[in-house]
Design a protein around this ligand. Structure first.
Ligand code: GLN
Length: 485
């Protein structure tokens, strides 16, 4: 069975293995599972250099918790000297001169990055089918998507290549692929983890997150990542909790609001049944289930798909062929340089978002679209605030369905956007949330796919979220199930 962080950390300290051995084994597994296409870049030299540092720190007996643990970074985090593509032709050959804050923090702890994970181009997508480097396959069923946009990260963890991966979540990109791949995915509060060096998609929504097997492992990684950073103006200057120590708090007496709207139209009955059974498990552990309504939930998808493209259209204006990124051959004029560099560098979905966002922000339409979307965002956030005066956590299915087939939704962007129906509101409100494996739903006779339970907490209550998820995982073994290779 694939080991989690805690087990590996123990083995390293007991001298049963070394960081170098773990790194080489993870690289070998990554190569053996090339069929998943989970990686854009593998970097053995970089991995071994950190592994040696980790081995020295372990030998000296002063290694931090993640020292020597192999993992992969989503290819959206800038890595100094290592190509960072954001899965775009635009950045196909971009080698950053600096590390993202998330990269610095994990390097400082001597965690061992083996490479960069595949993803949807510029994190735009729900299926990992928008990558310039090809689709990623779901380890549970190679004909299905792993979810997106952190699909490579999720597939790498679910297939046992690495015990954890970094991801980003703008509208569900950590939680939804975690759900589709049967692993645990944590999206922290907006501002809890620095965005410095994380390539921007929609800045008011973007969050760095963690994909791992268990909530306990997510707590270890969040402990390494959380903290204030003056280089990110939206990073919050507030002490991080002791997420690992907080895991011991039981769900006894906590109130969990079960959102009526999250079980509404479009939610698969098999998925809903699995999630309801999982909630009863939390009830057995002492939680009190309360039916609640988030009345403005239906506004989340329309508001998100105006705000995210609007911000994206502005963020992506920097890729103009002048400073860095793809530059077309023999430009005839400045206009030609811009048009062809951007036309050649961006894929279809990214272009669609830029067009939608530019339209929504244009003078005549600003009030009708962007301003209205911002008002809807406020109503959605208020619903959550009000609900949290009654309950401690909010729950529902992470995604309305199990992993869908490759190609099933690629010709219908609206159907694809609907995959985010239960995740985007959390980003609009800036809250922390986690997706945990809740069971399996039959899709046809004999075939079953993982289902995720989403738990949502008030801002900065990651400890509460992780503790409830951890106790659920102590009582169940869904998070330990593995796909056959
Ligand atoms: N699927 C959503 C989108 O395409 C969310 C992506 C994300 O969280 N990065 O915008």
């Amino acid at each position: 069975m694939a080991s989690g962080i805690a087990q590996l950390a123990q083995d390293l300290r007991a001298r049963k293995t070394t960081a170098t051995e773990l790194a080489l084994a993870a690289l070998a597994r990554a190569r053996a599972r090339a069929d998943l296409n989970a990686f854009i870049t593998l970097d053995e030299n970089a991995a071994l250099a950190v592994a040696q540092r980790a081995d020295a720190a372990l030998a000296a007996g002063k290694a931090p918790a993640l020292a020597g643990i192999p993992f992969v970074h989503k290819d959206i985090f800038c890595t100094k000297g290592i190509r960072t593509t954001c899965a775009s032709r635009m950045l196909e050959n971009f080698v950053p001169p600096y590390d993202a804050a998330v990269v610095e923090k994990l390097s400082a702890g001597n965690a061992v990055p083996i490479g960069k994970a595949n993803m949807d181009e510029f994190a735009m997508g729900s299926s990992n089918e928008n990558s310039h480097f090809g689709v990623v396959r779901n380890p549970w069923d190679a004909t299905r998507v792993p979810g997106g946009s952190s699909g490579g990260s999720a597939a790498a963890v679910a297939s046992g290549i690495v015990p954890f991966a970094t991801g980003t979540d703008t509208g569900g990109s950590v939680r939804q692929p975690a759900a589709f791949c049967g692993i645990t995915g944590l999206k922290p509060t907006y501002g809890r983890v620095s965005r410095y060096g994380m390539i921007a998609y929609a800045s008011s929504l973007d969050c760095a997150g963690v994909l791992a097997r268990s909530a306990a492992d997510c707590a270890q990684v969040l402990a390494a990542l959380a903290g204030h950073d003056v280089r990110d103006a939206t990073s919050v200057d507030r002490m991080a909790d002791d997420y690992v120590a907080a895991l011991s708090t039981t769900p006894q007496g906590i109130k969990i609001g079960v959102v009526r709207e999250y079980f509404g139209a479009g939610v698969d009955t098999g998925v809903a049944a699995v999630v309801r059974t999982a909630l009863r498990e939390l009830e057995k552990l002492g939680a009190i289930l309360v039916d609640i309504s988030l009345a403005h939930a239906p506004l989340a998808i329309p508001a998100y798909y105006v705000i995210a493209p609007a911000e994206a259209s502005s963020n992506l204006a920097r890729y103009d062929g002048v400073r860095y990124g793809h530059r077309c051959a023999d430009p005839q004029s400045l206009e030609d340089l811009y048009t062809r560099s951007r036309g050649e560098g961006f894929g279809a979905e990214v272009k669609r978002r830029i067009l939608v966002g530019t339209y929504a922000l244009s003078a005549g339409y600003y009030d009708a679209y962007y301003l209205r979307a911002q008002r809807a965002r406020r109503l959605i956030a208020n619903d959550f605030s009000e609900a949290f005066t009654q309950v401690d956590l909010i729950a529902g299915p992470t995604a309305p369905t199990v992993a869908f087939r490759l190609g099933e939704k690629t010709s219908d962007p609206l159907a694809m956007y609907a995959a985010d129906v239960n995740t985007v509101a959390v980003n609009l409100a800036g809250l922390p949330a986690i997706s945990i494996p809740a069971g399996f739903s039959p899709i046809q006779s004999g075939v079953k796919l993982p289902v995720g339970l989403q738990l949502i907490a008030p801002a900065f209550a990651e400890s509460r979220l992780l503790a409830a998820a951890h106790h659920f995982q102590l009582a169940t073994d869904w998070h330990l199930r593995e796909p056959s290779a």
